[in-house]
Design a protein around this ligand. Structure first.
Ligand SMILES: [Cu+2]
Length: 483
């Protein structure tokens, strides 16, 4: 048998493992089997693994007999307020739960058919805007990335149709949800991939409550990296504590979008230049608005490729109340102002919004509050660029050395620079007092005494005597400060 170049390439991993054991013909056969695998075909299963060296590729049919399914109940930390075997009518927004608020996002509509909550996700190409004027061709669900938040109530029976309108096979995995194994959505392990054009049906009962996620579990590096991610919230049927007044959902993600390009580079494993909250970078991030005294919950999930994010909130202390594994007993909670949300985790934080103002909320990794172009530049702090600039300007009209005062004013400079196509300043936006030198994973919690609506109320007006200002000479003298 003759190998085509493509077959040889496809089988090259096998060749390393098996070349010494297998003859050339066997190798060719193994590589053909691998090709079948990539098309999600059943063909070749009968003969696969018939050679000693190919045993690791063997795909055996599942063997029976199949049992009956019982809801798992072996771990008492599963977050439950009702018995998983009891029946409940579909939980309704307003009545059974306070719907989550999704800054820059949406929740997925559902219909109820014979007592089952029916959802429909469509995996598809999405031209996504990360901030005004900065877009990329991503993958998402129902026209957005992250996909719309799926909301249900403990005890609901949930049916989710997934239609694949991508050019590649995909699957959808329900991250941290306790369900029958073959509803778990792991390509190859629990199901065949959903081919382009196909619609698969997932169905399970919500037997726990909490903050979960959904994402592709096929070619995860590419597919999650392109944006096939979303949040899944299951509210408790019988909440033990008062419902929050404001229940926010935020998905953390990271992308590498080189200036001048329009597609995330999912092959990189570091140096991500677009760090997002619900797929937006500041100043594209919508503020989280709450009224003074309201109970606030923020659900944070992280499906970044490689980075954990310590999310820091100003002006308040909060408690971490839940993970995607369940509720944290009150005696085990401690106060924090920063919560580390590792890749593949969710965290719920809760607090009373008792301090009015415009409070920064952001990843505390400094490179994660920079937008494109902020990374990997030489440190120019302290460089006197005058003569250099004049010389280089002879060759490159308009040349200006950047970064001699740090990176904080980069966005300002960018206003009178020619920026590369499809790029945004590496940091910031104009604020009420001066330029806000933050980008990326940065948003603002706006707490107000009075609110006409939860729309952005504008900038905070400080009460008399609470505004920082330059010190007066008399004050310095009185307090013995030599400046
Ligand atoms: Cu971060």
């Amino acid at each position: 048998m003759k190998l085509t170049r493509r077959q040889a390439l496809a089988g090259s991993g096998m060749a390393l493992a098996g070349a010494t054991l297998l003859g050339r013909d066997a190798l060719a056969q193994a590589s053909q089997h691998r090709d079948h695998d990539m098309r999600g075909s059943h063909a070749g299963q009968e003969t696969r693994g018939s050679h000693g060296g190919g045993q690791t590729l063997a795909a055996k049919q599942p063997t029976g007999p199949a049992g009956t399914y019982a809801h798992p109940r072996g771990n008492d930390w599963y977050a439950r307020t009702v018995d998983p075997d009891d029946s409940y009518p579909p939980g309704l927004p307003g009545k059974d739960y306070t719907p989550v608020v999704v800054p820059n996002g949406a929740t997925l509509p559902f219909r109820i058919v014979d007592g089952v909550k029916v959802f429909h996700l469509v995996a598809q190409d999405v031209l996504h805007e990360f901030a005004p004027g900065f877009k990329a061709q991503c993958w998402g669900y129902n026209g957005r990335t992250p996909g719309p938040v799926i909301e249900a109530v403990e005890g609901d029976r949930i049916r989710i149709y997934v239609t694949n309108k991508l050019q590649v096979p995909t699957v959808t995995h329900w991250h941290a949800v306790i369900l029958p194994c073959n509803m778990d959505g792991v390509s190859g392990l629990t199901q065949q991939p959903i081919k382009p054009g196909e619609t698969f049906r997932y169905e399970f009962k919500a037997v726990q409550h909490g903050t979960f996620m959904y994402h592709s579990h096929k070619d995860a590096m590419t597919q999650e990296g392109m944006g096939l991610v979303g949040m899944l919230v299951i509210h408790p049927r019988k909440p033990k504590r008062p419902r929050p007044d404001r229940d926010f959902s935020l998905m953390l993600h990271e992308w590498d979008i080189k200036p001048g390009t329009y597609r995330p580079d999912t092959s990189v494993s570091s140096g991500f230049n677009t760090l997002t909250l619900n797929a937006k970078v500041f100043p594209g991030t919508a503020p989280l608005v709450a009224k003074l005294g309201e109970r606030v919950r923020i659900r944070i999930g992280n499906l970044s490729a490689m980075d954990h994010h310590p999310i820091h909130l100003h002006g308040h202390a909060f408690r971490v109340t839940e993970t995607d594994g369940g509720e944290i007993p009150e005696a085990a909670q401690w106060p924090e102002t920063t919560v580390l949300v590792s890749v593949g985790q969710t965290r719920n934080i809760e607090f009373v919004a008792d301090n009015p103002g415009d409070w920064a909320m952001h990843c505390h990794m400094t490179h994660h509050t920079m937008n494109q172009m902020g990374h990997g530049l030489p440190n120019m702090v302290g460089v006197k660029p005058g003569r250099l600039d004049r010389k280089v300007a002879n060759l490159l009209p308009g040349y200006m050395t950047m970064g001699t005062d740090g990176m904080g004013e980069m966005g300002l400079h960018a206003q009178h620079m020619d920026m590369p196509e499809n790029s945004i300043p590496m940091v910031g936006a104009p604020g009420p007092y001066s330029y806000i030198g933050m980008g990326g994973m940065f948003t603002i919690l706006k707490v107000r005494e009075t609110l006409a609506s939860y729309d952005d109320p504008g900038w905070y007006v400080p009460p008399e005597g609470t505004m920082v200002r330059p010190a007066t000479a008399a004050e310095l003298q009185r307090d013995g400060i030599e400046a």
